[in-house]
Design a protein around this ligand. Structure first.
Ligand SMILES: NC(=O)C1=CN([C@@H]2O[C@H](COP(=O)(O)OP(=O)(O)OC[C@H]3O[C@@H](n4cnc5c(N)ncnc54)[C@H](OP(=O)(O)O)[C@@H]3O)[C@@H](O)[C@H]2O)C=CC1
Ligand SMILES: O=C(O)[C@@H]1CCC=N1
Length: 275
């Protein structure tokens, strides 16, 4: 039987996930969501045909799978708020950055299956990438349900050790923003050179898309793909020398470690709040 799924806290991430599920045929009458705002409840109900509730207790009480989509700072009070409704056999999936399995399990208060996920916003267009880790209570059927759920919005990988979720966040969850920032800078400069915004955006984004596809589809070292473009004494060489002069490896490593450190800081903050 198709499990019923409740999204607690419908916003960007929840709607990205359930719109992918609906697009791949998940029945709307098996999906419900919650939000405190009447206008949002009306909007998501009208737009997607899913039930929208004001009451988290009622949604959790009816669901086989509960996807926790509120902001990290709201997670403890929201989860503790509905914890009286938690039943053994239910599956809980959190999308929140920096909140560990142990904290979620503690707030849920019962020995239930919990998955911590780290998706990204390309999920909105079915091109998401999600890192996953589960606690000891998950069974094989629930694990397949989770993989299936995230395959409706892109790809997913299970990691073995929870510490890797920080790396997943820096490499995938937050990373679309790095690439947007890079394209923003390219488009800005192209406009300064006199090209219009739409053409600049089309050229830069297609270059990024094509490069990403080559990395995914060709079995060649990334370094070689780069060398294939870099003619001696040519144009690319000059651009890359400029990156090296600015120490591109350090710029990127510093950014990724800043992301990881914030994720660890959040985990420590929320872990402290367990007690
Ligand atoms: N955006 C991203 O790129 C990514 C986000 N994440 C994680 O996803 C989570 C959600 O982020 P995002 O979707 O961007 O945030 P949003 O603010 O868009 O969505 C969260 C929603 O939760 C609702 N909400 C808040 N409190 C309650 C409550 N007590 N009961 C019911 N609903 C509530 C809010 O609606 P209302 O105020 O109407 O109740 C809001 O719409 C975060 O934990 C974040 O770490 C993970 C990976 C990537
Ligand atoms: O910035 C954040 O905290 C969230 C998690 C990953 C992407 N956005």
């Amino acid at each position: 039987m198709t499990p019923s799924i409740a999204f607690i806290g419908v916003g960007n991430m929840a709607s990205a996930i359930f719109s992918g599920m609906l697009a791949t045929g998940y029945p709307a009458d098996k999906i419900m969501g919650t939000s405190r705002t009447p206008e949002k409840r009306h909007y998501y109900n009208e737009q997607y045909g899913i039930a929208m509730l004001a009451d988290n207790d009622s949604a959790v009480g009816q669901a086989d799978i509960v996807v926790l989509c509120v902001k990290p700072a709201q997670m403890q009070s929201v989860v503790e708020g509905f914890s009286s409704q938690v039943r053994e056999g239910q599956l809980f999936i959190s999308v929140a950055a920096g909140i560990e399995l142990d904290s979620l399990a503690h707030w849920l208060g019962k020995p239930v299956a919990v998955v911590r996920s780290m998706p990204n916003t390309p999920s909105q267009i079915g091109a998401g990438m999600t890192g996953l880790i589960a606690n000891q209570y998950i069974n094989d059927e629930q694990k397949s349900q989770v993989s299936e759920l995230f395959s409706s919005i892109g790809n997913s990988v299970w990691v073995e050790n929870e510490v890797h979720m920080h790396t997943v966040t820096s490499l995938s969850g937050s990373a679309p923003a790095y690439f947007f920032r890079f394209i923003e800078a390219m488009v800005k400069n192209a406009k300064e050179q006199g090209l219009d915004e739409a053409t600049s955006r089309e050229l830069a984004s297609n270059a990024m898309f094509g490069a990403a596809r080559m990395v995914m589809e060709l079995d060649e070292p990334i370094e070689q793909l780069r060398r294939n473009i870099t003619s001696p004494k040519g144009t690319t060489e000059q651009a890359l020398l400029s990156f090296e002069a600015a120490d591109i490896d350090k710029i990127v490593a510093d950014a990724m470690m800043a992301c990881v450190n914030r994720s660890k800081e959040m985990a420590a903050d929320f872990a402290a709040k367990k007690d």
